[in-house]
Design a protein around this ligand. Structure first.
Ligand code: SF4
Length: 148
C-alpha cells in the first residue's frame, strides 16, 4: 500500500499547522518551503483540507492558516481515507479490464488488507502525530529556497 503524493503533502501540512504557535502567521507558501515541495502542489493539498473542514484560512491581522477543532481531533485513518478516495490498490477495471474481475478472490483480499491499513491509522489523531520527537523537529524547520 502506497499513499499518493497528494495525501502525503496534505498530512505534512496538517502536522506543520498542528505545531503553529498562537499568533504565528503560517501561509501555504511557508508550509511548502519548509516541507521542500512546490507551492502549487501544496496549495492544492491545503485547498482540499479546507474543503474537508480540517484547515481554515483566517484573514487580517494574526491571520494565515490554522487547524480547525475538527482538524486537531481528526483521526488519521479518516483523513487518509478522505484524501485517497475510493481507489483500490489494484486496477481491475482499467482500459483493459482484467478477465478475472468477476470472480476474483484476490481482489476481495486486497480490499480487506486496504481496510486493515486504514484501520491501523484510525486510533491516531493529528495531535498525537506531533508529539516529540516530530513536533520539536517541525518547529525547528526554516523556510529555504525550494522549487516553485
Ligand atoms: S487478478 Fe483480481 S485483483 Fe488482480 S486485476 Fe484481476 S480482478 Fe483485480
Amino acid at each position: 500500500m502506497r499513499l499518493t503524493k497528494f495525501t502525503d503533502l496534505a498530512l505534512r501540512a496538517v502536522m506543520r499547522l498542528a505545531v503553529r504557535k498562537e499568533g504565528e502567521l503560517v501561509t501555504t507558501r511557508e508550509v511548502a518551503q519548509v516541507m521542500g515541495v512546490p507551492y502549487a502542489h501544496m496549495a492544492k493539498a491545503v485547498t482540499r483540507l479546507q474543503h474537508l473542514g480540517v484547515v481554515e484560512a483566517r484573514r487580517g491581522r494574526g491571520g494565515g492558516l490554522g487547524l480547525t477543532v475538527l482538524g486537531r481531533r481528526a483521526s488519521i485513518g479518516w483523513l487518509v481515507r478522505e484524501l485517497e478516495g475510493e481507489e483500490e490498490v489494484v486496477t481491475c477495471e482499467g482500459d483493459v479490464p482484467c478477465p478475472l474481475r468477476a470472480a476474483c478472490r484476490l481482489r476481495g483480499s486486497l480490499r480487506e488488507a486496504q481496510e486493515a491499513f486504514y484501520g491501523a491509522l484510525d486510533p491516531i489523531t493529528v495531535a498525537q502525530l506531533v508529539d516529540s520527537p516530530t513536533g520539536p523537529v517541525l518547529l525547528g524547520l526554516t523556510p529555504g529556497r525550494r522549487p516553485d
